[in-house]
Design a protein around this ligand. Structure first.
Ligand code: SF4
Length: 393
């Protein structure tokens, strides 16, 4: 069955007026969602990016209920998939276009890995490749792999020329557009979005993962249903991390105000998690170690408030309905990735260098010059505790 129907579609509204519009873009014809059989959705970056793509995956499921939907994801991002029933399978990879260096294994290993990925795409029998990217990422490397694998429909956002690598080369929405809306924009531009798609991320924590989380919470000394604060101090890069010592000061003050704090994170963050809990030095600030990303989400789901950086933990908490206090670095604008499903206090300081999108801060990290007292006040305000903040710093 043909995937593409009708006459070439008109560009997305006002696309030709956008600064990023290339005269070769926006020429693909609308796609018939009923003809889709096997779709590969690409979101190969971090946990939070996959979470923000979930509304688009759900929208795709609405318009193409008959299709198999697979997700191409990084090892971290792939861990989100068990919480999205609309995803049928995962292609897990660490592709060259998402790395900062070839690593210890070198270029030879990268070449081998990419031939393996190409084989997986070929053998997957996909008829459509939908590439979701942020405004600073290029869709072309994976779109080219899709072409080499013989995938008939390849849809991307790009302001840059990519020849005929994509069949649907869509002018991206303006910079600063929320990641959820950016993903949905790509679907809408090629005729694959429902009339009124949901625009808030939501995850279904599987029962086994919730059991794992509840067991970990009980093991940390919490009674069933006892209010607590989940503090997730990690983030994918140093520039987004609030100082561990300041998190520790805030955690001790929150615990002193009567709210137990459980310091938690993904498996890879256990060193930082332990350091924050140890530095806090309060008997009700304890480490909590879920062994999986869904288990981490299950812990966040039980918390009265989650305290995070702009990180995967923030997006997980948002998607499981837990109010947030976020220490927000100036690396990214709020508009592009702020929580959408829950009340959230975004704490930070305006600085002229924001948004910098840097991995480490070359200055004094002024954007995260937020006192622990502000963090504590925001937490206690969210849970309705009087603002007697026993925290001088
Ligand atoms: S202070 Fe400026 S350069 Fe440093 S992380 Fe914040 S926004 Fe980026």
């Amino acid at each position: 069955m043909a995937l593409i129907v009708g006459a070439p579609h008109r560009p997305v509204p006002a696309a030709t007026d956008l600064p990023g519009h290339h005269p070769g873009a926006d020429r693909g014809a609308p796609v018939d969602p009923r003809a889709l059989r096997r779709v590969l959705v690409v979101r190969a970056d971090n946990i939070g990016d996959v979470v923000m793509a979930v509304p688009a995956v759900r929208a795709l499921r609405v318009v193409a209920p008959q299709a198999r939907i697979d997700l191409l994801a990084s090892p971290a991002g792939a861990r989100v998939a068990p919480m999205v029933p609309e995803i049928d399978g995962v292609v897990e990879t660490s592709p060259s276009w998402q790395q900062l260096s070839a690593g210890e294994t070198g270029v030879g290993a990268q070449v081998a890995a990419e031939w393996t990925l190409l084989d997986e795409l070929r053998c997957g029998g996909y008829d459509a490749l939908l590439v979701f990217t942020s405004s600073t990422q290029s869709p072309w490397p994976v779109a080219h792999l899709g072409l080499m694998a013989g995938i008939a429909l390849r849809a991307v956002h790009s302001a840059e020329f990519g020849g005929t690598v994509a069949t649907h080369w869509v002018t991206p929405p303006p910079e600063g557009t929320h990641q959820v809306d950016r993903c949905l924009h790509l679907l809408a531009a090629i005729g694959l979005a429902p009339t009124d798609p949901g625009r808030t991320p939501a995850l279904d924590v599987p029962p086994a993962a919730q059991d794992e989380a509840d067991a970990a919470l009980a093991g940390s000394g919490l009674r069933s249903g006892e209010p607590f604060v989940a503090l997730a101090p990690g983030a994918s890069c140093a520039s987004r991390r609030y100082p561990a010592e300041r998190f520790a000061v805030a955690a001790a003050a929150i615990a002193a105000a009567g709210l137990p704090v459980r310091v938690t994170g993904a498996e890879t963050e256990i060193g930082l998690v332990a350091a924050v809990a140890e530095t806090a030095g309060h008997r009700d600030v304890r480490v909590l170690r879920p062994t999986s990303v869904p288990g981490f989400a299950g812990v966040l789901r039980r918390a009265a408030v989650a305290v995070t950086n702009n990180s995967g933990g923030m997006h997980l908490a948002d998607a499981v309905g837990t109010p947030l206090v976020v220490t927000w670095a100036g690396t990214e604008p709020h508009a592009a990735m702020a929580p959408r499903s829950v009340p959230a206090a975004l704490l930070g300081r305006r600085v002229p260098c924001s948004p910098c999108r840097l991995l480490t801060c070359p200055y004094d990290h002024g954007c995260l010059d937020v006192t622990p007292a502000r963090v504590v006040a925001a937490v206690l305000e969210r849970v309705g505790v009087p603002l007697e903040v026993p925290c001088a710093r």
